[in-house]
Design a protein around this ligand. Structure first.
Ligand code: 5GP
Length: 194
């Protein structure tokens, strides 16, 4: 997605060769116009897949799941990282290890919001190690639902996330794929058709 890549180059900050800061427009301050276009882009890619629910993890996937679900005309569900008292015992739950935060947390989705009849599209802001998305994909499997694919806004292709998901047989579509990065220089993998 051309506009997204231009924005990453203009407003993104490469903090190290593995960490990209995009909190000026993507995951702290948020550009709603760009977010809605991202949702449209995912909706177009997965339009033929008869998606019935979009899934993400709180917090930074929520606005992209919302934009995608709105474009597809379906609900979205976000997995919770902390078990609220209002969340019943009837949950799908898996542990996820965060390499950026160096902690393991549990992600949960209440059973009524994911069923074996669902055709699920998972959406998230970043694909890095893939831990969060593998966790969500595992929940979809546990629910007996069909996972049509994963859409990520920014993929750091030099990390292992895509490989792990593809090993699980999951289709991965990313709107910007970063091949490598250093301060002042971000290289993208260009789609064959571009
Ligand atoms: P994972 O390692 O499970 O693929 O990524 C988990 C989460 O860490 C992502 O959803 C994203 O919120 C955050 N993350 C991973 N890499 C980066 C990065 O380079 N920059 C930012 N801002 N967040 C990241």
């Amino acid at each position: 997605m051309k506009e997204l890549k231009e924005r990453i180059v203009r407003d993104g900050k490469v903090l190290s060769d593995t960490v990209l800061k995009v909190d000026a427009f993507l995951n702290h301050q948020v550009d709603p116009q760009l977010t809605m276009k991202i949702g449209q882009a995912f909706a177009e890619i997965f339009r033929g897949e008869r998606v019935s629910r979009v899934l993400t993890v709180e917090a930074s996937g929520i606005h992209f799941a919302m934009a995608t679900a709105y474009a597809l005309g379906v609900p979205f569900v976000y997995a919770k990282k902390k078990k609220a008292v209002t969340l019943s015992d009837e949950v799908y739950s898996v542990p996820v290890h965060s390499f950026t935060r160096q902690e393991t947390y549990q992600i949960s989705i209440a059973k009524p919001y994911l069923s074996s009849h669902d055709r699920v599209l998972i959406v998230d802001d970043f694909l890095a190690t893939g831990a969060a998305l593998v966790g969500l994909a595992t929940i979809v499997k546990e629910a007996g639902a069909h996972l049509v694919g994963v859409g990520t806004v920014i993929e750091k292709s030099f990390q292992e996330g895509r490989g792990l998901l593809e090993q699980m047989g999951v289709r991965v579509e990313s709107l910007a794929r970063i091949k490598s990065m250093q301060p002042g220089a971000i290289q993208f993998i260009e789609p064959v058709s571009a």
